[in-house]
Design a protein around this ligand. Structure first.
Ligand code: TYM
Length: 367
């Protein structure tokens, strides 16, 4: 189900092929030439919405892994502003948020010399391919998306964009011939849809797209809310105490972790079913210290001790991110330049794929 010359196989952030053993997907048809320090080779793509402050769910579930993959893969990361428009945004604030998101991704380790970082709406091919794919996706498929059900529940009016959102996400990924898509657990269903749409398109119109695979981190693929550990940590949580922001100062991190909800069992064990609060703390600690949450549990005799260790580890992990964000804030030109270069490279790649998809579907060229 892949275009000729594409490589497959399991792997990714946890067990990816080394650049030397991995064949270049699709050869030149996917535009794999080396640009600057970027690696030619298997490609990863992922995206993030600029819809609010980034939190440790985003960081541990996705961004940290993205930074690690820059040197092993041809990594393309996108600030998906068009996705964020599916719910109402304040226009003036939204522009700032998009720039802030770019700055904070760079602060968290995305280096525009080693990866391609760009804003989705700067590359018009995303919208164009999205329409072609909407005509290859069924209404029923989109109706089954749990994120649509969750986000539309209880609202009087829901935008059509919120409904067709996963197709735009499929276009994001398929435009770049990405083999791996590093994401948190909540995006798995969207990835499944992307695969289905790609396979259907290839079957109907001839091999056009690489069918991508989701890659989720071993721990922290779903970081839970510290106040409500059976719900995912998110930008729209009910209590701000439940969400640790990537740029929270040390005292705020410590306060939130100390006040995290645990249970009355009183024993530190890794049991997400029975002890979801404690499991969340252990997972955060495991992710920040590259350890195993089960093994870590044995090192603590009480919840206070565990919370202190989690707070300390998070403060140390996020300190350089805050510092770098502050530095980059002094020179917005640097971030804008990186985004402009990123969009130029992304456009080069995306326009080739769009041309192939147009041709496969029988659209007449402008001549
Ligand atoms: P978004 O902006 O909600 O989240 C960005 C990334 O952060 C991960 N994430 C989490 N991981 C662990 N625990 C959590 N509590 C948590 N919360 C968020 C998400 O899984 C995601 O990887 N639809 C996507 C954006 C998107 C995209 C794409 C992603 C658009 N096009 C193409 C990949 C490929 C979204 O809303 O992510």
């Amino acid at each position: 189900m892949r275009p000729a010359g594409a490589s497959g196989g399991p792997g990714g952030a946890q067990a990816g092929p080394s650049p030397s053993e991995a064949a270049v997907p699709g050869g030149s048809q996917y535009g794999t030439t080396r640009t600057g320090n970027r690696q030619a080779g298997p490609r990863v793509f992922s995206g993030i919405q600029p819809s609010g402050d980034l939190h440790i769910g985003n960081y541990l579930g996705a961004i940290r892994g993205w930074a690690e993959e820059q040197d092993r893969f041809d990594a393309i990361y996108c600030i998906v502003d068009l996705h964020a428009l599916t719910v109402e945004q304040d226009p003036a604030r939204f522009r700032e948020q998009t720039l802030e998101t770019a700055r904070n991704l760079m602060a968290a380790g995305l280096d525009p010399e080693r990866c391609t970082l760009f804003v989705q709406s700067h590359v018009v091919e995303h919208v164009a391919l999205s329409w072609l794919l909407q005509c290859t996706t069924s209404f029923g498929e989109l109706r089954r998306m749990t994120q649509f059900k969750d986000k539309s529940a209880g609202r009087d009016s829901v935008s059509v964009g919120l409904f067709t959102y996963p197709v735009l996400q499929a276009a994001d990924i398929l435009l770049y011939g990405a083999e791996k898509v590093p994401i948190g657990d909540d995006q798995r269903q969207h990835l499944e849809l992307t695969r289905d749409v790609a396979m259907r398109f290839n079957h109907r119109y001839g091999e056009t797209f690489i069918v991508p695979e989701a890659v989720t981190p071993k721990v922290a693929a779903r970081v839970m809310d510290l106040q409500n550990p059976t719900a995912k940590m998110s930008k729209s949580a009910q209590s701000p105490l439940g969400t640790v922001l990537m740029l929270d100062p040390p005292d705020a991190i410590t306060r939130k972790v100390r006040r995290a909800v645990t249970d009355s069992i009183g024993q530190v064990a890794y049991d997400p079913e029975r002890q979801p609060g404690v499991a969340t703390l252990l997972e955060i600690l495991a992710a920040t210290t590259n350890a195993d949450p089960k093994a870590l549990a044995g090192e603590f005799s009480g919840y206070g001790e565990l919370k202190n260790a989690v707070a300390e580890a998070l403060v140390e992990e996020l300190r350089p991110v805050r510092e770098r964000s502050r530095e980059l804030g002094r020179d917005p030109g640097e971030v804008l330049r990186a985004l402009r270069d990123g969009a130029a490279r992304a456009t080069e790649l995306a326009s080739m794929t769009l041309a192939r998809a147009r041709h496969a579907m029988g659209l007449l060229d402008a001549g």
